[in-house]
Design a protein around this ligand. Structure first.
Ligand code: IPM
Ligand code: MG
Length: 370
């Protein structure tokens, strides 16, 4: 069979620990299922800066571009707080997103039944929660120019970021949202700030037109992004798919993540457009949590978001739907058994570390796939 090429970028902080648990699953799938994964590994973020003086080396960028999928851990930490802005750890992630043209960021927020009580909201508000945030990832204020601090010469400086969206960027992310909605509950809520931003006015228009032209079978609603944030904590289950820009998506997905009990639970997929010839999309999979430097190296980090990101990789990059379902089921089963890392610990549960959690999920996955 043809090899499935994975490029692993564990990064900083708890990234390497979480990635270690995915490596075990990959090894098992190769051994027991003849999955044919071939892995290579590189450096990103602070660890790349320490080795190469850049947030990611050119050689590793080439490997990321050539791989079928990139698995990404996390970047950043206080050690690199003072490195030059252009080579700060986050620059590695942003470059990967931009150069691989990963414009569609899928961030599911699913509340596992066993974790409803770990949410900061009342259990009945989050039990069974299943929403999908689709965040535009290669445009908006993250990348718009000018982006600078200028000296006004009078003792004042001016910081400038620029929010820009072109029609095609809104059209293609709206298309992803509508397509995804069709595989779920067929509802999309688009969020912007058309009451203060021109880019919001255009966003609203283009989403409306795209809907009318191609996706009128899907139910579409518009919400101002601030009201959307409020509704997310008021009544999260009203949403199915949320589509929004890069910056609002960054914030709203952190809010949605916490509804599910812990930031340590949430996976994400960042996808490019399907290749004209092969139909393949470039893709990067990463947990939504960051590098968590405060707990790094202690063996207590929750590897579930990283493992669930690998499940998304199986689903979206390799069409291994059964395996993805089984891996997600394995996570749910382990939680049902009351096995917990510290961040999702509950009364009566058994607290374990990163490796034990990974082992428990792998054992469950083996049982489901045997
Ligand atoms: C995220 C992160 C990144 C972002 C940072 C690390 C640059 O917060 O993926 O949500 O802002 O996009
Ligand atoms: Mg974020």
């Amino acid at each position: 069979m043809t090899a499935r090429n994975l490029f692993l970028l564990p990064g900083d902080g708890i990234g390497p620990e979480a990635m270690g648990e995915v490596r075990k699953i990959i090894a098992y799938m190769n051994e027991a299922m003849n999955a044919g994964f071939v892995t290579d590994e590189g450096l990103v973020g602070g660890s790349a800066y320490d080795a190469h003086g850049a947030a990611i080396s050119e050689a590793d960028m080439q490997k990321a571009l050539a791989a079928d999928a990139v698995l990404f851990g996390a970047v950043g930490g206080p050690k690199w707080d003072d490195v030059p802005y252009d080579v700060r750890p986050e620059a590695g992630l942003l470059r990967l997103r931009k150069d691989l043209q990963l414009f569609a960021n899928l961030r599911p927020a699913i509340c596992y039944p066993a974790l409803a009580s770990a949410s900061s909201l009342k259990p009945e508000l989050v039990e069974g929660l299943d929403i999908l945030i689709i965040r535009e990832l290669t445009g908006g204020v993250y990348f718009g120019e000018p982006k600078e601090i200028i000296d006004l010469g009078n003792g004042q400086k001016r910081g400038i970021d620029t929010q820009i969206y072109d029609t095609y960027e809104i059209e293609r992310i709206a298309g992803v949202a509508f397509e995804m909605a069709r595989t779920r509950n067929n509802r999309v809520c688009s969020m912007e700030k058309r009451n203060v931003m021109k880019s919001g006015v255009l966003w609203n228009q283009v989403v409306t037109e795209t809907h009318k032209a191609k996706y009128s079978d899907v139910q579409l609603e518009h919400m101002l992004a601030d009201a959307g944030g409020m509704q997310l904590v008021r009544q999260p289950k009203q949403f199915d798919v949320i589509v929004t820009d890069n910056l609002f998506g960054d914030m709203l997905s952190d809010v949605a993540a916490m509804l599910t009990g812990s930031l340590g639970m949430l996976p994400s997929a960042s996808l490019g457009a399907p290749d004209g010839k092969t139909g393949k999309r470039k893709a990067l999979y990463e947990p939504v949590h960051g590098s968590a430097p405060d707990i790094a190296g202690k063996g207590i980090a929750n590897p579930i978001a990283m493992i669930a990101s690998f499940a998304m990789c199986l689903r979206y990059s390799f069409n291994m739907v059964k395996e993805a379902d089984d891996l997600e089921k394995a996570i749910a089963n382990v939680l049902d058994k009351g096995i917990r890392t510290g961040d999702i610990m509950a009364d009566g549960a058994r607290q374990v570390g990163t490796v034990e959690m990974g082992d428990a999920i792998l054992a469950e996955f083996k049982a489901l796939t045997a």
